[in-house]
Design a protein around this ligand. Sequence first.
Ligand code: NAI
Length: 339
Amino acid sequence: MKIALFSTKPFDRRFFERANGKGRHEIHFLESRLSPETVALARGYPCICVFVNDQLDAEVISRLESGGTRFIALRCAGFNNVDLHALARAKLKLVHVPAYSPHAVAEHAAALVLGLNRHLPRAYNRVREGNFSLSGLEGFNLFGKTVGVIGTGRIGATFARIMKHGFGCRVIAFDPYINEECREMGVEYLSLHELYAVSDVISVHCPLNPKTHHLINGEAVARMKRGVMLINTSRGAVIDTLAVIEGLKSGRVGSLGIDVYEQEGDLFFEDLSDQVIQDDVFERLITFPNVLVTGHQGFFTEEALTAIAEETLDNISRLEAGGKCENEIVPERVLARNR
Ligand code: NAI
């Protein structure tokens, strides 16, 4: 099948060319991000392949449909960038890669916990400058601490296992659905308010949807234990960044580690090092010594990239063959669930 692959980076080309082997699909790699301004590039392609910050709003979906596109293949798990109401009206099929490697993201969340707790960025910079002072680098033992996991799906459950079995933490969780695997490993399910009140570390692993948008807002921050470490590797808008900035200023939030940011579409995945960043909220965030930001790299491991490319192309082959694809997202079903 002829595929237009939007937002191509060199690593996409490398992993997709490898997964495509002798050329089961005809892939055209486009650097442009999909948006109303670039959607014309998709004209004539029966399939497009997109990533987390490509824009699939009502206008783009309608123009894709009129341009002859039938399939949209997300090469990621989350699908919060798709207007599901518009998709439900269109005759387009959408597939995603729900479980390429929960370890990749869960291990990155653990890296943020350790990096923040032991002040690794500051320590690294100090040692390079010949400054061996330990002042300000004090951390805490993770052993015995209470870790609250919001969303115990594939990634949240993997993170819970790392924190419980790797570090000896008490792991508590909130999720509307109980994951038996978590319960068996001794994770205690509590209400969100109880989780906020007792967690030393809170890590967010739920999807972004209308119910979880700004889940971590000012009211939630006010309920948290003073000095809590907050980690978000899910989607930026689950956190109300301004509320968390206030929490950092007051000391209620002791530290913040994020791999995702609400307005990341204007920043992440690009080299902007010779430009003036216009996002004042982001710039404020990175002035804090107790904030660690990575640019949406949780998925970025050899194993995850291999699995993403292979599964995306398998999804497309199944759609092309007209068979059932278990990774298809049926918008009506998701909308009913989120109601
Ligand atoms: P999953 O679908 O296996 O698990 C999500 C869990 O969140 C489910 O158990 C669900 O019941 C729960 N949930 C739904 N609404 C909730 C709510 N209101 N409160 C608490 N829990 C709720 O998804 P998976 O694979 O674990 O991924 C989680 C999220 O991680 C994705 O939606 C995506 O946004 C993000 N992600 C980030 C990556 C990165 O590179 N930083 C890479 C891959 C995924």
